[in-house]
Design a protein around this ligand. Structure first.
Ligand SMILES: [Zn+2]
Ligand SMILES: [Zn+2]
Length: 141
């Protein structure tokens, strides 16, 4: 039976860690793209901000490879789970209490320069002074 959605026409993307051991494949466009300059994101990524894309659980086609999960309590005491590759340490995706039914994938792991820019920069008051995300990005203090 033919469906109106034609799943073969939906774009899929795979986000991979640095060594290629851990990958998550998602279908369709992200529900949201954001950056966050909070200190936790700076430390978790080892750089000035995180840049992430939100996909609902139903958009996740699969997760392959060995992974480890680091759980911490973030803002307002809500838990966050960072999933990373045990070999190279790349943080590939994240789930959290504040993001029910969805996964937040590290955009850099897609290695796609055409990927949408962040719609919002969260915790902008923590950002490094040189960093200006540009006019397409809303600033949230
Ligand atoms: Zn790896
Ligand atoms: Zn953050």
């Amino acid at each position: 039976m033919k469906t109106a959605e034609r799943p073969e026409a939906i774009k899929t993307r795979t986000a991979r860690c640095g060594c290629g051991g851990l990958a998550i494949t998602v279908a369709g466009e992200p529900r949201g793209v954001y950056a966050c300059a909070c200190q936790e994101c700076q430390r978790a990524t080892g750089t000035a901000f995180s840049y992430r894309s939100v996909f609902i659980d139903d958009a996740v086609i699969g997760v392959e490879g060995e992974r480890r999960i680091w759980r911490r309590n973030g803002d307002a005491g809500r838990w966050v789970e960072q999933t990373f590759c045990p070999t190279c340490g790349t943080l590939v995706f994240m789930t959290g209490e504040g993001l029910p039914g969805a996964v937040s994938v590290s955009v850099g792991c897609f290695a796609d320069p055409e990927f949408a820019p962040p719609a919002t920069l969260f915790r902008a008051r923590r950002k490094h002074r040189w960093f200006d995300p540009g006019p397409q990005t809303r600033i949230s203090e």
